[in-house]
Design a protein around this ligand. Structure first.
Ligand SMILES: *Cc1c(COP(=O)(O)O)cnc(C)c1O
Length: 384
């Protein structure tokens, strides 16, 4: 009887979109001890945990060099500066991404050229990239770099992008802010492009307790130039400035937090995968579920569905205290700060359609089956 009464009265307890407290219940004590250790040794800037994290991330990703830094945005801007990207250069970016992907190009003084994405993977469409390269030449800009984004956690079409770029003499800076931990043809993110940037913003799959990021590369010379840029262009000592740089170090406390989280990270990625599969099975008929190509995996930074009744799903779930997020309702190329920058010939029709149809559901490694069932039932009701 109690069971029936419970079922007829669905829970209306708010479900968190990302539950960082659930993770604290698992490793909070260890993280607090790691932070206390930093407080005791006092090496807040470039302390031993920073070097240890860089070593651990190199081992985990398979990249030769890892440079930790202050954010995912700085992880993108540092390699652009180190490569001397600037005025007169074209850098190709998707418009269906977080602002930082295009922002860093404009900050470096170069011109972002917006490229369309694939409707199934939400990632850079190599055919649109080829058209964008023509656009750059027609405008008298020098094609220099492309920043493919691994949106929502799935690596972009790296083989096709790398091959096209090698042919055109363009280097690849992978924006893996949402995808660290994913694999492409069994190679980990971090070792898939000449340079890879990731973010440790708290809500990313591998998140700190504040801002942070990292750059991955096999290029030793580039790595050394980036170490200078990270600290004001400092050379061998603090009285020598070899280039113009930034203050872009990762705090030791954040490195200590990340070291503890890295210990359970692969396990958390596996939990996200199980939850995604359960969503696929239960939501397939009602909405369009996200597609991951067979040669790669996703870390499910977001679980993003598509529906013609997206706005109805958002409002019905909201009324049942189930949070949703729309990434991204307004693509970058229509934003006031960016609409004057060029687009690949053929425009961005897929990006514009996606911005009206996508919605992301709660996703984190500790999402219970009961909460997931409540979310699924609400989506099915909204979409029917
Ligand atoms: C989060 C994010 C960034 C920026 O990372 P921050 O650490 O917030 O600076 C860049 N690109 C993408 C795709 C992101 O999702």
């Amino acid at each position: 009887m109690a069971e029936t009464a419970h079922q007829s009265l669905p829970s209306t307890k708010p479900i968190p979109f990302i539950d960082l407290q659930a993770q604290r219940a698992r490793i909070g004590t260890r993280i607090d001890a790691a932070i206390a250790k930093v407080l005791a040794h006092g090496g807040f800037i470039m302390g031993p945990e920073v070097m240890e994290l860089e070593r651990r991330l190199a081992k985990h990703s398979g990249a030769k060099f890892v440079l930790s830094c202050s954010s995912g945005t700085d992880a993108l801007v540092i390699p652009l500066m180190a490569k001397g990207v600037g005025h007169g250069d074209a850098v190709f970016v998707p418009s269906f991404t977080f602002t930082a992907t295009a922002e860093v190009v404009a900050l470096a003084g170069a011109t972002p050229i917006f490229i369309d994405v694939h409707p199934d993977t939400f990632n850079l469409d190599p055919a649109s990239l080829a058209r964008g390269i023509l656009t750059a030449r027609r405008l008298g800009l020098k094609p220099r770099a492309v920043i493919p984004v691994d949106l929502f956690g799935q690596p972009a079409d790296m083989d096709k992008i790398n091959a096209l770029c090698a042919k055109e003499g363009i280097w690849v800076l992978a924006d893996a802010a949402q995808s660290y931990g994913a694999r492409y043809k069994n190679i980990r993110v971090g070792a898939l492009a000449e340079v890879t940037a990731t973010s440790f913003y708290p809500s990313k799959p591998l998140g700190a307790y504040g801002d942070g990021g990292a750059v991955f590369t096999d290029d030793e010379d580039l790595y050394h130039r980036m170490t200078h840029i990270r600290v004001h262009g400092q050379g061998k000592n603090r009285n020598e400035n070899v280039c113009v740089g930034l203050t872009a170090r990762l705090d030791t406390i954040q490195a200590a937090v990340l070291l503890e989280k890295l210990d359970i990270f692969d396990d958390e990625c596996a939990a996200r995968q199980r939850i995604a599969e359960r969503y696929h099975q239960r939501l397939g008929g009602a909405v369009i579920t996200p597609k991951v190509r067979t040669d790669r995996s996703s870390v499910w930074a977001q679980y993003t569905i598509k529906s013609k009744v997206r706005d109805k799903i958002v409002s019905l779930l909201g009324a049942e205290k189930i949070p949703t997020s729309v990434f991204y309702p307004k693509p970058i190329h229509v934003q006031p700060a960016y609409r004057a920058f060029p687009q690949a010939e053929g425009g961005l029709p897929v990006t514009e359609a996606l911005s009206r149809e996508v919605v992301s559901l709660p996703m984190h490694p500790y999402l219970s089956e009961a909460d997931q069932d409540r979310i699924v039932a609400a989506v099915q009701r909204a979409a029917s």
